[in-house]
Design a protein around this ligand. Structure first.
Ligand code: G3P
Length: 218
C-alpha cells in the first residue's frame, strides 16, 4: 500500500520523507493557501523532495481552462499528477490527459458511480473523501468498500483507489483491509501510525535492563 502525505508544508514533507516510507504527496487549493506560498514554487519544491506522484490541482472549471492549467503544471516536473474535480469537464480533461500519458488524480469523489466514471476516464488515481462523508453522517468507509468491489469486478479498470480525507489511523486500518491502493494522510495522522503505549513501555524496560547489564555494542 502506498502512503502519500496530504499537505503543502514542505518542512513537514522533508521531515516525513526522511523515513523512506513516503510514496507521494497530495495538495489541494486549501492546503496551498494554508502554506501561504506561490503554488508553482511550492509544487516545484515538493517535486524535488519526493520522487513519487505529487498531486497539483487545477482551479479552472471548464475543459479548455483545465487543459491550459494542466500544461503549466505538468511542465514543472515529471512527477506532477494533475488533480481534477469530478465534474463533466474534469473527467473530459482526465480522459485527454490520460490518453497523453499524463498522471491524473480525480478528486472530490463521494459516490461509487462517480468512481466508476473516473476509472472509465482513465484516471491514474481516484480520491474518495472518507472524513467528509462521515462529517455529514454518511459512511465514508463503505464508499471505499463499494469502489474496491466495483473495480474488482472489472480488472481492465486500472485506476488506483486513493483514500482521502483520512482523519485517524482507524480509517487507514479499514481501507488497508479493503485493499485500497493508496492512502493520503495528514502529517499528524501519519505520525500517529508509529505510536503504541506498549512499544514505549517495552523500550523503557529493555533499556533499563540493558543498563543494568553494563554492556555496550561496539
Ligand atoms: O486533499 C484531499 C482530502 O484529503 C482533503 O481532506 O481533511 O480537507 O477533508 P479534508
Amino acid at each position: 500500500m502506498k502512503f502519500f502525505v496530504d499537505t503543502a508544508d514542505t518542512a513537514e514533507i522533508k521531515s516525513l520523507a526522511a523515513s523512506g516510507l513516503l510514496d507521494g504527496v497530495t495538495t489541494n487549493p486549501s492546503l496551498v493557501a494554508k502554506s501561504g506560498r506561490n503554488f508553482i514554487e511550492v509544487i516545484r519544491e515538493i517535486c524535488g523532495i519526493v520522487e513519487g506522484p505529487v498531486s497539483a490541482e487545477v482551479a479552472a472549471l471548464d475543459y479548455e481552462g483545465m487543459m491550459r492549467e494542466a500544461a503549466v503544471l505538468k511542465a514543472i516536473a515529471s512527477n506532477v499528477t494533475i488533480k481534477l474535480p469530478l465534474t463533466p469537464d474534469g473527467l473530459r480533461a482526465c480522459k485527454t490527459l490520460s490518453g497523453e500519458g499524463v498522471m491524473t488524480n480525480v478528486t472530490l469523489c463521494f459516490s461509487a458511480v462517480q468512481a466508476l466514471l473516473a476509472a472509465k476516464a482513465g484516471a491514474t488515481f481516484v480520491s474518495p473523501f472518507i472524513g467528509r462523508l462521515d462529517d455529514i453522517g454518511q459512511d465514508g468507509l463503505s464508499l471505499i468498500g463499494d469502489i474496491m468491489t466495483i473495480y474488482g469486478n472489472y480488472p481492465s479498470l486500472r485506476t488506483e483507489v486513493l483514500a482521502a480525507s483520512v482523519r485517524h489511523p482507524v480509517h487507514l486500518l479499514e481501507v488497508a483491509k479493503m485493499g485500497a491502493h493508496v492512502a493520503t494522510l495528514p502529517p499528524n495522522v501519519l505520525r500517529m501510525l508509529y505510536n503504541h503505549p506498549l512499544t514505549d513501555k517495552g523500550l523503557e524496560g529493555f533499556l533499563a535492563d540493558w543498563k543494568k547489564s553494563g554492556q555496550t555494542i561496539a
